[in-house]
Ligand binder design. Structure first.
Ligand SMILES: Cc1cc2nc3c(=O)[nH]c(=O)nc-3n(C[C@H](O)[C@H](O)[C@H](O)COP(=O)(O)O)c2cc1C
Length: 245
């Protein structure tokens, strides 16, 4: 019987005692850890001192996928909180910046983009989260709400959400070290980041839902990634639901 791509992937990226398909790591060619858009306008994000006051147990009880949002905007403080919680730098050890979510080999292959539909104080448009300085870089201004809903198989929550968070993988950051097995880790990394975002959202009273169904290249076109070296792997929507914390 013909082996399907998923089965082949499982087989070829499996470690067993006779086969560790790693190979050597070329330390002189480590991919850059941070993506930056030097020409882009910068939006400073408020420093995150606290993300709400809810304890973890309560946030776990409240987290659920929310797909209906009201028109009210979210604040830049809220956006800053969820971005930091999913993708931000949380500590430095021996000069190396570690982040809020774990990452295989601390390689951090996922870049985070924001499609702002309703965020107080910033124009609607597409932004890149610049991890190193906790700021947003403006990629394109405009109303992308219908386009991103269309690109996610018509899921209207992408249009009604205050913001759509797009996780895109720069595959080489992981593949550089782990070769084809790196692809497993990339998707696991994105899951960790999204769960942090979901819990942070719950703790500050925002609704959140993750999205795996999208026309990948239509989303790539919106965020300006080529779909080969860098591609969307996951998305989350966040917004006000009208429910109190
Ligand atoms: C990998 C993944 C992809 C998902 N994709 C979608 C999606 O495209 N659309 C959607 O409405 N929900 C999506 N969800 C949300 C799930 O439907 C939801 O988590 C599940 O029904 C359990 O409900 P709960 O999150 O409220 O506990 C996704 C969840 C995960 C983890």
């Amino acid at each position: 019987m013909e082996e399907k791509i998923g089965e082949k992937f499982q087989r070829e990226t499996k470690y067993d005692r006779n086969r560790l398909p790693g190979g050597s790591v070329d330390l002189n060619n480590k991919p850059l850890m941070y993506k930056e858009y030097p020409e882009a306008g910068k939006i400073a994000l408020p420093a995150v001192e606290r993300c709400g006051d809810m304890n973890l147990y309560e946030a776990l009880l409240r987290r659920k996928s929310q797909r209906r949002f009201i028109d009210a905007p979210i604040s830049l403080d809220m956006l800053s909180c969820v971005l930091w919680s999913s993708s931000g730098i949380q500590r430095k050890e021996m000069g190396f910046a570690f982040r809020t979510a774990p990452s295989a080999g601390a390689l951090y292959p996922i870049e985070t983009y924001i499609i702002a539909n309703r965020v107080t104080g910033i124009e609607n448009g597409v932004y890149h989260y610049q991890v190193k300085h906790h700021l947003m870089e403006e990629l394109e201004a405009g109303d992308f709400s219908s386009r991103i809903a269309h690109a996610s198989l018509g899921q209207q929550m992408c249009a009604s959400a205050a913001a759509v968070i797009v996780y895109a993988a720069l595959f080489e950051r992981s593949v550089w070290k782990y070769k084809q097995r790196g692809y497993r880790y990339i998707y696991l990394d994105a899951g960790h980041m999204a769960q942090n975002l979901a819990l942070a959202s719950a703790s500050i009273g925002l609704g959140c839902c993750h999205i795996g169904s999208m026309f990948d290249n239509e989303v790539n076109e919106i965020i300006g990634t080529d779909g080969t070296d860098e591609s969307v792997v996951y998305m989350s929507v966040i917004g006000q639901t009208g429910m109190c914390v």
